[in-house]
Design a protein around this ligand. Structure first.
Ligand SMILES: [Zn+2]
Length: 473
């Protein structure tokens, strides 16, 4: 559906002539016309006074001229009251099943699938109600919640999911408790049973794991290629994944029309992963300039986590005293603190840098605190435009790295342009000048408790042409 600018179609009488025939041809499709808004398109450092027409689940028209209001039962007109209209936010690093696994991954053995699934559905709903219309789940989520959300049976964002994390024995995805000390337990512990983590070694088994994820409907594959904090068997120095294992996952993914990504920290491991065909590097907590240059030249995406690197954060997370995970966390924090100064030297890499908080094992209130503070931290280090682009148009480009296997192939995500998916926010204020209007919070631990959906500046949330929050009425 297209409608003529008001300057051309100036009277209702004119609307009744044959000039509006195409409008009525699409009358069985719902449309929403946003007027009196300033548009941030997800890319440019400016707000434009435009009207935006949504037809069905796509943006059908973006006009510099006011659009005519068509008298139709199938059209809703929303007067934005001068608010900013912008793309829905994209969170490119969530773990819906793990975010609220309070007590750690070990507690998985004491939970059944219903509890884990219910918490994941809760997390998905929370994200949508805070304005995140697309999330990428990079590990430990099969596709059932996405199917339920896409059918409209559950409320949540669009979900790109990596399925089970693929880890070598003893790697960052080997979450078995110490009692599970047989080789067979790799296949029988809870994470394996639920399809949250595949522990595999060698080309053939790794290829099968990647293909099993794709068979289960995963949109991409994710490997563990370095040690990490929340796993007990692997030091941060450990190099994980052989060339043939990485190439197995890359090959299975590319052959299906998608890509492979990896949890990876150390420069040598990042460089190997880029050389062997990964489409993206996540974390990169010990990034150095040489490695950033290699990533930039290769054109891979980069998904760093930056904010929770303070000593206070670590003390609060791990409590008093010494522990293995705490000392790992301190080392990671030192590396994280250096990342912003390195990446700003590589503008091409910044254009591939996506926003993702990677919150696991925390309460719902603390997950929101982490997310809000990460937004503020990014804006402080990189400016509002970069932060917003990473949360919209660049996140959309990463989503499009899943090509023929893309669950949402009809149009681009993270932008306000004709043909894009109608994932839209109306916010009070200008996020290019004030990042708090989309949730950014300078405070972390001292931020007041809040619930998803209670933002007083995000007034309207539309996903796929459907409105999930609207305080304008
Ligand atoms: Zn993660």
């Amino acid at each position: 559906m297209r409608i003529e600018p008001l300057t051309v179609v100036s009277t209702f009488a004119f609307l009744l002539t044959s000039a509006i025939a195409p409008v009525h041809a699409a009358d069985d499709v719902q449309s929403v016309l946003f007027t009196n808004v300033k548009v941030f398109d997800g890319v440019n450092d400016e707000l434009k006074t435009q009207d935006v027409l949504v037809t069905g689940n796509l943006i059908s028209q973006v006009s510099d001229e006011p659009l005519a209001v068509i008298a139709s039962t199938n059209m809703t007109v929303i007067d934005g009251g001068g608010r900013t209209l912008m793309p829905g936010l994209i969170e490119s690093h969530v773990h819906l099943n793990l975010q609220h696994m309070v007590g750690g991954y070990g507690t998985m053995e004491d939970r059944d699938w219903q509890e884990i699934g219910a918490m994941a559905a809760f997390t998905a709903q929370s994200l949508l109600l805070d304005g995140y219309t697309t999330v990428r789940d990079v590990g430990a989520l099969q596709s059932g919640i996405r199917r339920a959300v896409d059918r409209g049976d559950a409320i949540g964002p669009r979900i790109y999911n990596a399925g089970a994390v693929i880890s070598q024995t003893s790697g960052h995805g080997d979450w078995r408790l110490r009692g599970f000390n047989t080789l067979e337990s790799r296949y029988t512990h809870k994470a394996a049973q639920l399809g949250l983590a595949y522990i595999v070694d060698g080309y053939d088994a790794t290829l099968s794991a990647a293909r099993q994820n794709l068979a289960n409907g995963a949109s991409l594959n994710k490997m563990m290629l370095s040690g990490g904090v929340f796993s007990s068997k692997d030091g941060l120095h450990t190099i994980q994944g052989t060339e043939e294992e990485v190439k197995a996952v890359v090959r299975a993914s590319k052959d299906w029309g998608t890509y492979a990504t990896a949890h990876v920290n150390n420069p040598s491991d990042i460089q190997r992963g880029v050389r062997w065909g990964l489409g993206e590097i996540m974390h990169g907590q010990f990034l150095d300039e040489e490695t950033a240059r290699i990533m930039s030249d290769a054109g891979v995406f980069y998904n760093p986590q930056l904010s929770v690197s303070s000593l206070e954060a670590i003390e609060r997370t791990f409590g008093p005293g010494e522990s293995v995970n705490k000392s790992k966390s301190l080392k990671v924090a030192e590396g994280m603190a250096r990342i912003p100064d390195i990446v700003v030297k590589f503008p091409k890499l910044m254009e591939k840098m996506t926003f993702g908080v990677d919150t696991v094992t925390v309460t719902p209130a603390n997950a929101i605190r982490n997310r809000d503070h990460e937004i503020w931290f990014w804006a402080d280090k990189f400016g509002n435009l970069q932060t917003l682009k990473s949360m919209t148009s660049i996140g959309g480009k990463l989503a499009a790295l899943t090509t023929k296997h893309n669950p949402y192939p009809a149009g681009p995500l993270g932008v306000i342009e004709e043909g894009a998916y109608a994932d839209i926010l109306l916010v009070e204020g200008n996020p290019l000048e004030d990042i708090t209007v989309i949730g950014g919070s300078k405070e972390l631990f001292d931020a007041p408790d809040r619930k998803a959906g209670d933002s007083e500046t995000i007034d309207l949330i539309m996903k796929d042409g459907v409105i999930y929050k609207n305080t304008l009425n």
